[in-house]
Structures are given as structure tokens and as C-alpha cells.
Ligand binder design. Sequence first.
Ligand code: NAD
Length: 308
Amino acid sequence: MERKALGGTGLMVSTIGFGASGLGEAFGEIDGVEGTRAVAHAVECGINLFDVSPYYGNTLAETRLGEALVGRRDRVVLSTKCGRYGVDTFDFSPGTITAGLEDSLRRLKTDHVDVLLAHDVEFGDLDRVIGETIPAMRAMQAAGKARFIGVSGYPLGALVRVMEAVELDVVLSYCRYNLLNTDMDVELSGKAAEAGVGLINASPLHMGILGGRLVPAWHPAPAEVQAAGALFAEVCGRYGVAPGAAALRFCTDYPEVATTLVGMASVEQVDENLAALTMEVPDGLWGAVEEVLGPVRGRVWASGRVEN
Ligand code: NAD
């Protein structure tokens, strides 16, 4: 699989990255053994970026990913996060995130991660994220525990604000470049490129809506956006393509990001997503998709502190 530079880090990452929140059962119960097989299969197929967080499944995803990567660690770019430890549990203070990374490393069975991201920074006090969290992450980098650092989150303004105030290596943005929203293209991509920051685009299926399957009850998108998933699946059916693959392909065709992170927890899903890279896009597909998704594109939801 093609690899691209992750900003100025020197890391080369695969076009598709493996989002491991599903290993923590973020989208419903999974077979843990099958999750392990999915990781192994993804590595064999050339996927090299794996993204996780202590928040996913209350540490379960890190534990499962760590077990699955035994004997494979040197073949992957491993990314985890700090500062978010529960649905409403955020603590970006230096002491907590430094201890938190030690716990993550134990679960991931490694002595360092390649990327460490402050998780959903819009839930923190951004002045303190800039003045305290990022310097503490740089100290962890200097100690050899993380090769590169950055932030993740939903509101683009918060990501840009941190990126413009302090040097970052990587930014992870989710649900901001896919068939249901492309505002990352206008508000973030150019600025990240100018700053030499590696850009990771997460949630190409808009956290499941575009997969044509069950959408989790916690999904924050407005009802009309969630309902559009069924219309999209119907259009894809007419054109003979799998909705998940079509949605992913729209993202992997976007040249401004280093990688697209899609959530996977089974071998079958890894194969479905790999097929997106080579699928023939039928003439007229994107026009027909536009008719059903155009009217609800760009509908965002609130995330984080109001001032962010
Ligand atoms: P996603 O858009 O990748 O959707 C995942 C859902 O789609 C899951 O239910 C999965 O089972 C399903 N799916 C996957 N491939 C499919 C296919 N081919 N056909 C049909 N359904 C398919 O959303 P995501 O999982 O939230 O995002 C990917 C990853 O990005 C996460 O696992 C995580 O690592 C990262 N992420 C990070 C943040 C953050 O830092 N704040 C937020 C969101 C996502």
C-alpha cells in the first residue's frame, strides 16, 4: 500500500490507518480474538498506522491492541492519546498525562509510542493545553516515550488555535472530511501544510453513518444526518458498490492528508476497506450521492467547552 509522509515527522504512513476504538467496543460488542486477527491481517496487508486511546473501552482497546502487536511492533506506527479517560473525564494536567502514558505503554507492551495526541482538546482549557499540556508532552518526547506529539479533536477552531500557538507534529481531525462534511479542506488542511504538521483524517464513515449498518445510540450527529445514511446506502446499492467502501474511497482520494483512519475490528472489515482503494467508481455515483447527502452536508454538533 502507498505510504505518505506524516508532515515533517519523517514517519511514512499507509493510505488507510487502523482505528482501534472498535477494539474497545465503541461500536458494540466484538469477538476479541477476531479483533486480534484483524490487527494481524491489517499488518500483513500493509496497513502500518494504528490509532488507539486509553479512553476507548476504558483501556480495553489498548490492552487488545498491545496483545495483537506482540511480534509486530516494529512494523507499525503506533499512536495513542492522553488527557481523556472517560466519557466526561478529562485531565490534561502534566502529572496525569505523564503517568497516563506510562500506563498506556504497559498495556501496549512497548517502551514508546510513535505519536502521542492530547485527546479531544476542546474539552480542556486551551490556554493550559498550550502552556502546560504540550510542554509536558515535549518532555515525554525528550524522555524517549513518544517520538512525536500533537492534538486531536472535533471543532476545527480549537485545533487551529492550538496549532497556531505552539509547535505541533501531528493533528488528528475527525468527521471533518468525508461525504457528510468537508470543512477541514477550507479551515484546516492548508494551515497544517503550511505549518509542516502531519494531518490525520479520522472517521471517513462519519462514525458509522455511511457504513450502511447500525448507527450507535451515542452518535452526536443530528437526526437528519443519521437518517441520510440509509439513503446513501440505497444509492450505493443501485450502483452496485458497498457503502463503506465508497465512503472510504471518497476520503482516500483526498490528497491533503497523510492517512485516513477507519474503525475496524474484524478481518472481513479490513478486506472491505482495502477493497475501497481499488474499487472502480461507477460513472454517476458521486452525482447521485450528492442528491441525498448534499442537503445535510456540513451539519455539525457541539463538542467541548462553549468558549472553544
Ligand atoms: P469510522 O467513520 O471509521 O466508522 C467506524 C464504524 O464503521 C464502525 O462501526 C465500523 O465497524 C464500521 N465500518 C468500518 N468499515 C466498514 C465498512 N467497510 N463497511 C461498513 N461499516 C464499516 O469512525 P471511527 O471508528 O470513529 O474513526 C476511526 C478511528 O479514528 C477511530 O477508531 C479512532 O482511532 C480515530 N478517531 C479519533 C477521534 C479523536 O481523537 N477524538 C475521534 C474519532 C475517531
